[in-house]
Design a protein around this ligand. Structure first.
Ligand code: FAD
Length: 422
């Protein structure tokens, strides 16, 4: 696969350039690039701006099954990509109670896709952007959007590229959440894991690692400090991160992560003989909803709309699936030469966000994990229902546990937490 920093056919204009297009997308992450690909498949003119040169590092390597057919629709077949490892399932382990549950995606409710992939995000994100470019999108790297002004029939963007006039603008800027920050409508979610310290190890060959991630599963390891992800990557490498509610004040990412690994019998055995190959990194306060995600001529998608929590690896999948839905809405608006009408679209999106929100909230309650989630292994129907949610197959009405989640109010949270501008 070609991994050059710019897709062929794109050029860097001088700052005085004036661009005219139907849709301008801010951000070439999986949300923005997938949206551009879906819009191109509907024949629309799209320009995508990303401030960074690709490939660039991004956390979040584990995909869910339902993203795979969607990515296939824009021509990305991950079974052929060297940076992707087949992911048949997820193994949940609890250090305290020794409880465990293995989710096998092939055993979801009928209709779910049977497996996913773990991906090195820098190459995956670049490949999605290259697919958008191959479909005809004008993808411009190292071009930052600085501002925009919405008019009755178009949006005027300004940035390092000059100016851009677009009928519709989409904010796919990830955690920058440009629309949300401007509207002061980003509401932090305080009730999930709030700080992740992470790195990557190579030469992960121990018997404990082979048993856990050897088939390509993600391992979610619950421990006294919070929970740990173990994501296998091609070439015996493993991405590892600890998610905590409150890190020890003044502690570094290295102290936090290594302290966790060295203090755990399971993780010490898992990484026995392995070598760290990436810097220690930390990211915090990443969970929020944007309560005003669109207007007549603008919309947000992916993390710019919301990011819940990394525990079920739902971020990229929700970004790609909602981008596909948004492309339909934008296409209809452009075809009828009208503004966006996104009420139904947001209702559909809410089904996905609310389903994961309710499951995540339960996962931060140890008694629920022990008494309901781990215990579901003995109930075939219930474990299939959990599996379908964890596959990202959330727009179906025959999943009883999901329907129950959708009816429950959170103990705290969406709609009930005080709004905080970020
Ligand atoms: C600790 C942690 C672990 C995670 N693990 C997983 C996981 O295992 N699986 C999973 O699916 N998800 C995971 N996620 C979430 C996942 O990474 C995101 O949901 C996903 O990247 C969202 O894609 P996006 O396209 O919306 O945003 P991004 O991928 O963040 O892309 C946004 C792009 O916008 C560009 N941009 C920003 N501002 C501007 C501007 N002004 N002008 C031009 N360009 C701009 C940025 O350069 C960036 O390339 C994790 C998140 C966290 C915090």
């Amino acid at each position: 696969m070609k991994l050059d920093p710019q897709p062929s056919g794109t050029s860097k204009p001088t700052p005085s350039t004036r661009i005219e297009t139907e849709v301008a997308v801010i951000g070439a992450g999986p949300g923005g690039s997938a949206l551009a690909g879906f819009l191109r498949k509907r024949g629309h003119r799209v320009v995508v701006f990303d401030k960074d040169a690709f490939p660039r590092f991004h956390i979040g390597e584990s995909l869910l099954p339902m993203s795979i057919p969607a990515l296939d629709e824009i021509g990305l077949d991950l079974s052929r990509e060297p940076y992707a490892l087949k992911k048949p399932g997820a193994l949940f382990l609890d250090e305290g109670s020794s409880g465990n549950l293995r989710i096998n995606f092939a055993k979801a409710l009928p209709g779910s896709f049977p497996h996913a992939y773990q991906v090195e995000r820098q190459y995956f994100d670049h490949a999605v952007a290259q697919r958008a470019a191959a479909l005809g999108a004008d993808v411009r790297f190292q071009e930052e959007v600085h501002d925009w002004k919405e008019h009755a029939d178009h949006v005027e963007l300004t940035g390092s590229f000059g100016t851009c006039r677009a009928a519709i603008m989409v904010d796919a800027s990830g955690q920058q959440a440009l629309i949300g920050r401007r509207n002061r409508s980003v509401q932090q979610l305080e009730r999930f894991g709030r700080c992740a310290s992470f790195s990557t190890f190579a030469k992960v060959h121990s018997p404990t690692a082979r048993e856990g991630v050897g088939e390509g599963d993600i391992v979610i390891f619950l421990c006294s400090k919070g929970w740990v992800w173990l994501i296998p990557l091609p070439g015996a490498r493993v991405s590892v991160g600890l998610v905590e509610q409150k890190p020890v004040p003044g502690s570094t990412a290295e102290e936090t992560l290594m302290g966790c690994i060295q203090g755990s019998d399971y993780l010490s055995r898992f990484f026995d003989g392995a070598e760290r190959i990436a810097p220690f990194r930390r990211i915090a306060n990443y969970s929020y909803y944007n309560l005003a995600p669109s207007s007549a001529r603008t919309a947000s998608v992916g993390d710019a709309r919301a990011f819940l929590d990394p525990i079920f690896s739902s971020g990229v999948t929700i970004a790609v699936l909602t981008a596909r839905l948004l492309a339909q809405e934008i296409s209809a608006a452009l075809g009828e030469k009208r503004a966006l009408a996104l009420e139904d679209y947001w209702r559909r999106c809410e089904v996905a966000y609310t389903t994961f929100d309710r499951l995540i909230e339960r996962f931060y309650r140890p008694e629920w994990v022990r008494n309901v989630f781990f215990a579901s292994g003995t109930e075939d129907r219930l474990v299939r229902e959990f599996t379908s949610i964890l596959a990202g197959d959330v727009w179906r009405d025959d999943n009883d546990i999901q329907q129950k989640f959708l009816k429950t109010k959170p103990r705290t949270g969406f709609g009930s937490e005080p709004a905080k501008a970020r």
